[in-house]
Design a protein around this ligand. Structure first.
Ligand SMILES: Nc1nc2c(ncn2[C@@H]2O[C@H](COP(=O)(O)OP(=O)(O)O)[C@@H](O)[C@H]2O)c(=O)[nH]1
Ligand SMILES: [Mg+2]
Ligand SMILES: [Zn+2]
Length: 308
């Protein structure tokens, strides 16, 4: 029977069959050995085949993934942790304050998503809390990110109707990320119809004192599509990235770099750099450029450089 993995604790997997039944499963031992080098061979968003093995359900086949989002390994071991699979769109939830989301964090998230080929939509939440000055600051950010092609939405998950938001999420497999406390669970609760099983699960999680769990969880949207909550994950990181490619993942740097004198220009101090030129002319946002430079520096030690 074909099913969708909606939750995983590492040893137990909740899967949903096509007729909406939920089963608790384990992985067949042999299958584990065949799996890729990862701490978790089967993840939320995976399509799997399950069979009844004596009296318990077992996952015995993993269907090919469209994509997978990997968390940067914390230690230096080669093992990776896969956050979710088969994602159409990533939502980054941002709050200007309570808590603060920095542009450094946003830009790192956007770079990672671009590298995975996953589109990102920016949700600016908690607009009911902001004073005029903060709203202006938010407008400025929205202008910067809209200008380089990202869809941005500002709202209050607590007070606003979610009609526009539903259109964005509809019929897609969405992953929602962002700092703890920005309102991800609040939004998901509001999106789920009150009679769905998932709502109960969300509110149970919620009642546990908003503790961040380590596991992603998938919810089916009754208007079409799914949304994966990624609690405790501060954005996703890349396991490996070529330092020369970081600029490609900033759309505005990508646009100007073709005219740089050197094809391998890193847009730091090289002569005739059209990216730096565009920054000076105000065509590229200075703050985004600084975030790019700081990624170059900090990533050097983390990301392996190829061809060097
Ligand atoms: N004022 C205000 N509070 C919100 C809004 N959205 C969420 N919150 C509150 O922010 C806190 C954290 O929300 P939660 O959904 O648990 O955040 P998560 O960690 O991202 O899942 C809760 O107390 C929510 O009630 C909003 O739009 N406005
Ligand atoms: Mg939450
Ligand atoms: Zn350059």
């Amino acid at each position: 029977m074909k099913a969708l993995v909606i939750k995983s604790t590492g040893s137990w997997y909740s899967v949903e069959s096509e007729d909406g039944q939920i089963y608790k499963c384990r992985i067949k031992g042999k299958f584990r050995l065949d799996a890729i080098k990862s701490t978790n061979p089967v993840v939320v968003g995976d399509n799997v085949e399950v069979v009844l093995d004596s009296d318990s359900w077992m996952i015995n086949k993993l269907y090919e993934r469209k994509n997978q989002i990997i968390r940067k390994s914390v230690n230096l071991s080669k093992q990776t942790h896969i956050i979710a699979a088969n994602i159409d769109q990533a939502i980054l939830m941002i709050t200007l304050n309570s808590p603060v989301t920095t542009t450094g964090f946003i830009d790192r998230f956007l770079v990672s998503a671009k590298a995975y080929g996953v589109d990102v939509v920016l949700f600016f939440n908690k607009n009911d809390l902001y004073d005029t000055k903060t709203l202006k600051q938010q407008d400025k950010l929205i202008r910067i990110y809209s200008n380089i092609g990202y869809k941005c939405f500002a709202f209050s998950a607590l007070n606003d109707s979610m009609i526009g938001i539903k259109k964005i999420l509809k019929n897609k497999n969405n992953l929602i990320s962002g700092h703890s406390g920005v309102g991800k669970s609040t939004l998901i609760n509001k999106l789920l119809s009150s009679d769905s099983i998932a709502t109960k699960e969300v509110s149970t999680t919620h009642n546990q004192g908003q503790h961040t769990t380590t596991f992603s969880e998938l919810y089916r949207l009754d208007f079409g599509g799914t949304i994966i909550d990624t609690p405790g994950i501060k954005g996703f990181g890349l396991v490996e990235i070529d330092i020369n490619r970081i600029g490609n993942y900033f759309p505005e740097i990508f646009k100007y770099k073709k005219e740089c004198k050197f094809h391998n220009c890193l847009h730091k101090n090289e002569p005739n750099c059209m990216v730096k030129d565009a920054v000076e002319k105000g065509l590229i946002n200075e703050n985004r450029y600084f975030n790019y430079l700081s990624m170059l520096d900090s990533e050097k030690s983390i990301y392996r450089t190829k061809n060097h």
